[in-house]
Design a protein. Structure first.
Length: 168
């Protein structure tokens, strides 16, 4: 059930999520709620009225990143060049992981969510299209791709070279 928020409440929530995203990305899950509230320009109590625990706030931030990744993957499913679309998604996902410690620390707690299921479904379609086009190895699954993304944050070209289908 999604309630419609007043304009000021929506602004506070947006500022809170932006500040939380920045803080979690920089410092990981160890950042304090006080620091997040201070950066958002809101009170400590405002955070807890919206999110009962720091873990709930972290999950909200992680799920926002998951939705962004799913949108990138889904846009690649219909792209004209499946190989370029796969590379674009993979690089974007690796870069997102490199910039956001919260993904590494918080993804596991969100694994059973609809958002992660949607991301995995989009990645499966993207992988299948790239395989059908002959640009991605056939023995690579979407789950393999998802597991490789955090590692690829440091060396995406090396990982992508290993995922590409052999040229004949």
């Amino acid at each position: 059930m999604t309630a419609t928020l007043r304009a000021d409440a929506r602004r506070n929530l947006d500022r809170l999520l932006e500040a939380a995203s920045e803080c979690f990305a920089e410092r990981g899950a160890d950042v304090s709620i006080d620091e997040i509230a201070r950066r958002a320009g809101i009170g400590h109590g405002t955070v807890f009225r919206r999110f009962p625990t720091k873990e709930a706030l972290l999950a909200a931030v992680v799920l926002a990143r998951v939705r962004e990744l799913a949108a990138v993957a889904e846009s690649g499913v219909e792209a004209e060049d499946p190989g370029a679309a796969f590379d674009r998604f993979f690089r974007h996902a690796a870069e997102t992981y490199a910039r956001n410690r919260e993904l590494v620390e918080g993804f596991g707690s969100c694994i059973e969510t609809e958002e992660v299921a949607a991301l995995k479904a989009s990645v499966r379609r993207l992988v299948h299209r790239a395989q059908e086009a002959g640009v991605l190895r056939r023995d690579v699954s979407a789950d393999d791709v998802m597991e490789l993304v955090p590692t690829a944050s440091r060396h995406p070209d090396v990982i992508l070279d290993g995922l590409r289908a052999a040229r004949r």
